[in-house]
Design a protein around this ligand. Sequence first.
Ligand SMILES: Cc1cc2nc3c(=O)[nH]c(=O)nc-3n(C[C@H](O)[C@H](O)[C@H](O)COP(=O)(O)OP(=O)(O)OC[C@H]3O[C@@H](n4cnc5c(N)ncnc54)[C@H](O)[C@@H]3O)c2cc1C
Length: 383
Amino acid sequence: MIQADYVIVGSGLTGAVIARLLADAGRDVLVLERRSHVGGNVHDHLHPSGVRIHTYGPHYFRTSSDRIWEFATRFAEFYRYEARVLTQVDGKLEHWPVTDSYIRSVAGPKWKPEFTGKPTNLEEAALALMPRIVYEKFVKEYNEKQWGKPARALSADLCKRFDIRTTDDPRLKPDSRYQGIPTHGYANWMSAMLQGISVIRNYDYLLHRKEVHARSWLIYTGPIDEFFSFDMGRLAYRGQQRYHNYYPDRGFVQAVGQVNNPQHAGGPHIRTLEWKHMMPPQSRSTVRGTVLTREVPCTPIDPGAYEYPFPDNFNQQLYSAYRARADWLERVLICGRLGEYRYYDMDQAIARAMALAARLLKASPKRTRTPEQLQALKISMTF
Ligand SMILES: Cc1cc2nc3c(=O)[nH]c(=O)nc-3n(C[C@H](O)[C@H](O)[C@H](O)COP(=O)(O)OP(=O)(O)OC[C@H]3O[C@@H](n4cnc5c(N)ncnc54)[C@H](O)[C@@H]3O)c2cc1C
């Protein structure tokens, strides 16, 4: 039997932040992770050339919160990285988000939204925000590729993430005060966050439920539908297949780290990443060649490949049905991007985990193990 006061399933940001804060408060914590590495989707790895690849897609950390930035930088140094994204439109590279001068040049200075009223789908919501020509070139087909459905069948809420510029600032998120990437990579950052906490890797909690005992709380950060054996149906997700190409004799291929490919005519991929741009300048100079990765959206079956929750009413209702059951469980907390079926940026995932950890600490009195008990636990967990 594997036991601890707090058993945390998943070592992604949600699980790791909760584990860290509980351990800091002197609680007995054990983390179970089914992958061979900690860190969840924030993980990165080194290509043999020395290029650091964000294994599950590009991750740009940003926040305007002092508290979150202080927490993040407690475990690693970050170097300033402000993402700039270009987008391939009609054979040319334009900025994304679309700049004010581009909008004026294609639609004139006095353009008016074509759609007024309450939008019921992505197309209507987009036409309430931008000229049709911009929607058609930059937004429509990108989203059709991303979600695998026509734009008129997609949720109007997707437009909440668009930024319609009134300036020509080329930065992806100019408003975030703190922006960066850990100097020595996300994997090292996440390992440092879990330093001193017992972690069992390659261990799927759902395959061993009966062998795990959480004396105070079970905190589960995996997919909520999988927790209930998908017995009310599967929640839909989109993921990406990643195709890597190494160019040993090229310094750089693209002008920036991310180039979007929004049009169907450009092929099935939605973006191409050149990771070397995301590395600190001093590390780039030691790398030979460069690695480019094309991301092609897909509908994954394997829960390990789930990336974006599908934004529609059907899936929200199914999630609510699972959530209602989860809320009845005693001393079980199902949370995180997969447990709450919700996209969280890293800073939001940290903020949410901080709030949950505070609630857990309030809910359960402190109990610690003796050094002998801790030693016995470590020995039994060495495999
Ligand atoms: C493609 C992509 C790009 C992104 N880019 C950005 C970005 O640029 N900036 C940003 O701020 N955020 C970005 N994010 C969001 C970021 O990845 C999330 O905020 C973060 O991963 C949330 O962490 P989590 O712990 O909730 O989930 P996860 O990272 O998914 O962690 C869950 C962990 O639980 C483990 N697990 C699941 N089930 C079990 C089980 N049964 N037993 C044991 N372990 C289990 C999983 O293996 C995983 O390690 C991006 C997300 C995606 C999908």
